[in-house]
Design a protein around this ligand. Structure first.
Ligand code: ADP
Ligand code: ZN
Ligand code: ZN
Length: 731
């Protein structure tokens, strides 16, 4: 494989978590001969005056340009931690994102494993009789130890079930152990599973979807489950997963960050009758590592997890489900900029298992793939059970008096819904009290000193906060420019709407749900539990667009969407349409019809008109046509080179040089920039970007491969923080 001289020592090529696109050679520790079996194990190595933990990616002859070959401190794994499909897929991911392999692997591994800790124990403890105990049992006096011995006569019993069924078993066990009659042993941890509960009988469309998944179960296939909100997609997942489990295989379910509520988990647990693991940002490092280990060992069967669950080992994979496949949270926006959905499609192919992508508002990428015949297109056109779709009414608020952004028509609709004992959701995708603090005398407005953005008014007007860098300061009493006292909060965020509604409807509870009130993962659940099912008003951001089931919600009022109609981001219409459909879909369940009131200054906007007349499918069709015409994804492929520095000159110099390197690599690439980023200054840094595009994915990647070594080596690169984002979602 290598053209190094035959006498060159065989070394470990280690992927280290460093922003350098290369592997690092080390001699194995004394007494160890490097062999191919070391690939995928971790090593602790000296690096400068530090010690680092990396993964051995290759074993081979030392390259000649490393005369001062260092020796690794230790190999950390008796067997590869990463191997087979997962290692191959991670190698693919490093190539696709053009990111250093060491950083990709560090992203994929739970923190304790990244630090070099051993693969954690996933064992539970059980008790059994010793041989002496077997013979002595019948001679034991009546009492707790005898009762325990009788119980263990049938076989080992795990501590969890003893906890549940045997009072003060620990002292009995201790007594038996002291006499050598019983012993403790490690057994695979199998969390207890509830008895499975039956679900509703599937309707014809659901059954057809399940049949399609089962027909595809013996190999890779991508299936798009395109079903309106409440059409019973989750039921389809549950049936497909049950089939996968019945065949002894593992299933992975990816869900958006806000979709992984205790309620969702409880539903999976109740229905599947096997332990269901959860993986989300609220878990501690130890628990993440244990879950990883339980999957690696093939002990765990089902996981419902957020983005990082895409990296779990699946030695017995049978099915991958991606719920709300359009969701933005599947793309990581910093570090390794990967898309968990796309990565799981690659894994599904490598594993030879079906990937089921579900959404009421599929991404244009997935719809395009379905139309091109690459994905099977399964449809659920109607709500499950007897539930009816909500009625949608557009309220034109031009020239109407507004109170905290709410029109009289909207307030009347709220009053009506409450009078009928319904619950109301007022959706406004802006938290805080007001988006701007303005001086009515001179036009001054409160800007963040470190970002090109206004500060948001919070705490009823007393505090200013930047939603981009987190800066906070008290709101001034007088205008800093003219000294006038005419400072006014402009517009309304969730806080102000909550205040106005509480004043208007003092007899019902008004609950606000946004990142301000609901920092902790379980807070949302607790808030909603207290809110209950009696009449009341919820005010919230997109945190409320998904997740907890709200069966009594009869009115959804959507306000303040107008700025989304005119955004420069080519993805803005898609995001807005998805959000509107998802929020609207919360209204009305089985026995209560729902209504949606959409308040806007632009009732004739084509996006709203298309969405109202033809639903998401019509919108998506029109939008895809526009994307094709404008040569935007999915009809072209993008990569974005970003740079930030204290001075914009440094950004531009770097991006100009990078542009030249890319031009050298491929004269046919389309290069746009350097241009200022959408927010040119954030947290005190100037930001600029260069957009690279090509109609051919292959050509784009070839050019990046060719140009990146030169870009890394640019002297200008040392004066900026730069990053490459393949398939960027926020331009
Ligand atoms: P989705 O995931 O598409 O939003 P769910 O699977 O959560 O839909 O189903 C919405 C509601 O309809 C749930 O309360 C579910 O129990 C119910 N449901 C699903 N399928 C059926 C069915 N075939 N018959 C009756 N009710 C159903
Ligand atoms: Zn002023
Ligand atoms: Zn800021």
């Amino acid at each position: 494989m290598s053209d190094a001289p035959v006498h060159a020592p065989t070394v470990w090529r280690v992927a280290l978590p460093l922003p350098l696109p290369r592997l690092f050679d080390y001699r194995p520790p004394a007494g160890h001969v490097a062999t191919a079996a070391d690939v995928g194990t971790r090593a602790r190595v000296p690096f400068g005056n530090r010690e680092l933990v990396g993964v051995i990616a290759q074993v081979g002859a030392a390259s000649q340009d490393s005369p001062e070959l260092k020796t690794a401190l230790a190999g950390l794994d008796p067997e590869p931690l990463l191997h087979g499909e997962l290692l191959d897929s991670l190698l693919w991911l490093a190539r696709y994102t053009h990111a250093p392999l060491g950083e990709v692997l560090a992203t994929a591994l739970p923190a304790p494993l990244r630090r070099g800790e051993p693969l954690p124990d996933t064992h539970a403890w059980a008790w059994q009789l010793t041989e002496a105990g077997q013979t002595a049992r019948e001679r034991l006096r009546a009492g707790q130890p005898r009762r325990l011995a009788d119980r263990l006569q049938a076989g080992p019993c795990d501590e969890d079930s003893l906890d549940d069924t045997f009072d003060r078993w620990r002292s009995a066990a201790k007594a038996l152990a002291k006499r050598g009659l019983a012993e403790r042993l490690a057994v695979p941890a199998v969390p207890r599973a509830p008895t499975p509960q039956p679900g509703p009988v599937l309707n014809a469309e659901q059954q057809a979807a399940v049949d399609a998944v089962l027909a595809a179960r013996d190999g890779f296939a991508a299936l798009l489950l395109d079903g309106v909100t409440g059409s019973g997609k989750t039921e389809v997942y549950l049936h497909a997963i049950a089939d996968c489990l019945a065949r002894g295989k593992q299933a992975l379910v990816l869900v958006p960050e806000i979709g992984l509520t205790p309620q969702t988990l409880a539903r999976f647990r109740a229905r599947l009758g096997v332990p269901v693991h959860a993986l989300h940002s609220g878990l501690g490092d130890g628990e993440r590592a244990r879950t990883w280990a339980a999957f690696a060992r093939g002990e765990a069967r089902v996981v419902v997890g957020t983005r990082s669950a895409a990296f779990l080992p699946l030695p017995d994979a049978g099915l991958i489900v991606i719920d709300e496949e359009h969701d933005g949270s599947f793309k990581q926006l910093d570090g390794i900029r990967y898309h968990a959905r796309d990565f799981l499609l690659v894994r599904g192919k490598a594993l030879g298992v079906p990937v089921l992508l579900g959404s009421a508002t599929p991404s244009l990428e997935s719809l395009r793939n379905a139309q091109a015949g690459r994905y099977a297109h399964l449809r659920l056109r109607e709500r499950a059970g007897n539930a009816q779709p909500p009625r949608v009414r557009v309220v034109d608020v031009r020239k109407r008096p507004l109170e905290a952004g709410l029109s009289p028509e909207l307030l009347a609709a709220i009053e009506q819904a409450l009078a009928a004992d319904g619950q109301v959701l007022v959706f406004k995708n802006r938290r805080g009290y007001a988006p701007v603090l303005l001086c009515h005398d001179c036009g001054w407005s409160a800007q963040c000193q470190r970002c090109d953005a206004p500060m948001t008014v919070h705490a009823g007007g007393r505090r200013l906060q930047c939603h981009h860098c987190g800066a906070r300061r008290p709101a001034p009493d007088a205008c800093p420019d003219c000294g006038g006292l005419a400072l006014q909060s402009q517009g309304a965020g969730t806080e102000r709407i909550e205040e106005a509604l509480a004043a208007k409807f003092p007899e019902v509870p008004v609950l606000r749900i946004d990142r301000g009130t609901t920092q902790r993962r379980d807070a949302l659940e607790q808030h909603l539990a207290r809110f209950g099912t009696a009449r009341g008003i919820l005010v919230g951001t997109q945190m409320l667009a998904k997740g907890h089931d709200l069966p009594n919600l009869t009115l959804v009022a959507v306000v303040g969407i107008d700025e989304g109609l005119f955004s420069a981001d080519f993805r803005a219409p898609e995001k807005l349409a998805q959000l509107l459909i998802q929020v609207a879909g919360r209204a009305g369940r089985a026995d209560k019809p729902g209504e949606v009131v959409l308040q806007t200054h632009h009732p004739d906007h084509p996006l709203l008109a298309t969405l109202l007349a033809g639903g998401y499918a019509a919108f998506a069709q029109a939008e895809l046509a526009q994307r094709e015409e404008a040569a935007f994804p999915p009809f072209t492929h993008l990569a974005l080179l970003r740079a930030e520095a204290k001075h914009s000159d440094a950004c531009n110099a770097f991006l100009q040089a990078a542009r030249a390197a890319l031009r050298d690599a491929d004269a046919g690439l389309e290069l746009n920039g350097p241009l200022p980023a959408p927010m040119p200054r954030r947290a005190g840094y100037q930001r600029a970007q260069l957009l690279v595009s090509s109609p051919e994915r292959r050509a784009l990647h070839a050019a990046l491969d060719a140009a990146l070594p030169a870009i890394y080596a640019l002297p200008e690169a040392r004066r900026v923080r730069w990053s490459l984002d393949v398939d960027p979602v926020d331009l």
